[in-house]
Structures are given as structure tokens and as C-alpha cells.
Design a protein around this ligand. Sequence first.
Ligand code: GDP
Length: 364
Amino acid sequence: GFNCGIVGLPNVGKSTLFNALTATQAAQAANYPFCTIEPNVGRVSVPDPRLEILAKVEGSAKIVPTQLEFVDIAGLVKGASKGEGLGNQFLGNIREVDAIAQVLRCFEDSDVTHVAGHVDPVRDAEIIETELMLADLESLEKRLPNLQKKAKSGDKEAGAEAVIMERIVAALREGKPARTVAFSNEELPTVRRMQLLTAKPQMFVLNVDEGSAAAGNAVSAKAAEYARSVGAPFVIISAAIEAEVAQLPAADQGDYLESLGLHDTGLNRVIAAGYELLDLVTFFTIGPKEAHAWTVKRGSKAPQAAGAIHTDFEKGFIRAETIGYDDFVACNGEQGAKDAGKMRLEGKDYVVKDGDIFHFRFNV
Ligand code: GDP
């Protein structure tokens, strides 16, 4: 599965958001096994309106959305890269996630202390960015001399890696995160292996007071401006409201949200933004028993998609019977699409498109 780490300074609302995410899902998806894998890891269903349409067209008995994991990563404070707070443990946890959702406190509440004295989300974002950059810099500066030595003695691969690393180190020393460095497609796998914290895609969750959930406030406007300036997506929510909504029966949630001027839960927007951030594509398997959404990384080929369902499907992959989403709906389901000649046979080099409906043929 793919995951998104929730990070932020203490008392910004991370746990409130995480708990709401998991509680809402548990309430809304009663027919779907929600699981909290570990105390700080929650798996959520990714809402996708196409799934219901597909299920209706094909008469599927059950809907199974694709899933995303959120990891509540507590413990970041100023000085984490030097081992303050949970320091290294915290940074190690971030290394494991595919993307970062950084919660920024945009609510005033004199009962909730702010570690840095007063509410200033841009400063908070910069504190965290600095810690992550220092951690990356330290880890690269440890590895670089050895690579350069190997390169000097004629190791071409080490040489290529050293050149990339030198570029990243130069950027970090200028106070620029690794994600701002441009890499070619050939360089990307090497960069990924470096497991850099500041190369991970990042979004911001602007946590506002209960009264500002619909439109945001002056503080979140500054945070939004900052997010735009660094090219990061952002979502405005009130974690406190989400926590309340999560306690309501699913049937009452919509009305309550409407009364606050909201059309969807902030959580659904966080999930959608997180999914988008990870650069994933969704494909479907649709039958009378279930309409099931699945996820692969963009650029994945058909056998990898088969492997997302079962490793045996990937090993024995023969071909994928493929129908595009629009064709499937326009032709009223699988049989109609087949009759209209809209089913394609795709082989092992086929790159999965978002919305593809697959039947995999494989040897066992
Ligand atoms: P964490 O340390 O980042 O995990 O922060 P918590 O989720 O534990 O929240 C810290 C405190 O802020 C708790 O007392 C929350 O109830 C409060 N809090 C979180 N979100 C909001 C919000 O949107 N509005 C208000 N007023 N309080 C909030």
C-alpha cells in the first residue's frame, strides 16, 4: 500500500486529525473492515464516485474502494535533526512514508500552548523544512566522500551517483529542499534510493478554528500563500470539527456539514489531496460480486497492476482484457463494451491508464 505521514510541531492538531480520519472511516464504512494497523497507522478508503457508477452499471453486490494509509508521526520539534525530542526516531519514521502531510496550526486557542509562543504557520513550516533539510544534508555529507573516492578509482556508477548527490548537497546548503532540484527520468531511481526527506512530495493541512472551516481565516490565508509559493497543495480543515463529525452517525453527517457551509468532510479532501500527491492511478476490477478499485504508481505496467491484486497474477501474467471507464459506462457494462468492440487485449508492456477496467489472464 501507499502511505502519507502526518507531521507537524506539537499541538497543531495532528492526533485530532488522525483520530478523526480513522473514526470517520470506521463509522462510514461499516460493511468494510477498517483496520488500525498500529496505534499510529490508519488505513482509509479513497472516495471515488466512479466506483458507484461502475457497480450500478454491472450490478455488483459490493463496493470495495482502494485504500491509503496515514501514519501519525509525533515528536518533531526544533532541533530534531540534532536528536532533540524523539529526534532520530521521528526522522526515521518519515523516511518510511511515500508523502508528507504537514499540519499547520492556524487556530488561536489560549488553552492550547504553542511550542514557539504564538501562532505563525509559515514560521512553523520553515522550522520543519529546516530540520528535514539538515537531516538530509547530514546523511548525504556522510555518504558523499566514500562515493567520490569510488568514482576516482574508476567506478562509473558511483561517479554518476556522486554527481547527482553533489547537486542535491549544493541545493540543501543554500536552504533549498531536494524536491526543488530538477532530475532527469534516468536520475530519478538513483534519487529515490537516497530516501531523502525533502524529496518526498508534500502537502499542507491548514488547521483552522471551528468558525473558519468553510472559508479559512487571515492566518490560513498566509499559510496558503506560503504553500502556493513552494508549489505545494493545501487543504483547509478544522480538525476539531472533523473530530465532532466523526462521532455522528453517518446519516447525520451530511446535514451537520451543510449547516456549517461545508459540502464534504475535510477528511475526504485530505484523503483526495493525499492520493493526488502520491501520483497514483486507479484501476478497477468489476464483476457481479464486487466493484473493486485498486492503486498503482503512475507509469506502472499491466503485470504490476495484476500484482497489486495478487503476486501470482503478476508472475503468471498473460494479458489484460481492458475496457476504458468511459466505454464501460457508455456501453452499459462489460458485455456491452465487448459487443461494441471496446475491449482491448493488452500485453506486459501496456502502461496502466487511470480508470482502466481489467480482467487479468494468467497462468498458475
Ligand atoms: P498534536 O500534538 O499535533 O497531535 O495536537 P493534538 O491533535 O493533540 O491537538 C492539540 C490540542 O489542540 C488539543 O487540545 C486539541 O483539542 C486542540 N485542537 C486541535 N485542532 C483544533 C481546532 O481545530 N480548534 C481548536 N480550538 N482546537 C484544536
